[in-house]
Design a protein. Sequence first.
Length: 180
Amino acid sequence: VSQSRYRAQYSFNKEITAAQAVQKMFEKFEWVTADFNWDAIDGFTPYEVLTIASLVETEGTPDVFGKVARVVLNRLKMGMPLQFDPTVHYALNRRGEIRVSLSETKVRSKYNTFINVGLPPTPIGSPTIKALEAVAKPDAGDWLYFVTVKPKETRFTSSYQEFLKWKAEYKRNFRAGLFE
């Protein structure tokens, strides 16, 4: 088992059972989060913090985790749907994709944050300590929207019109093959 405190990677012998593998994963998570103050985030249970961090992990990269966490918290506070593509991918049992179609955003699932307000019922992945720390201490800002317009360039705004402009830029860049 890797001893990195940030990204968990596991290698197991062929003889290990699924239960043993899961136990090792839990042990690693407990070790990594041993010093994390789960009660530091007012208004959220530790399980909700874990769920938020799983969204931050799937929506961002470590350099923008704090901003993504702020967007999640701002939207939750407003009662605004989160509208995160990875929740739809999770509902459809898909991984590694960056886009969802309009019809996919209508899939009937408790995990679909396009049609359900609030958090999904469970985490959609296992977050790193960096994602958890971003939820505990998010960046300050009034952002409600973000989009990665090209690899390594994610923009944040509180303006829906600006978001739409950047989303169009993302679509052009996607069609041009920048995300392959």
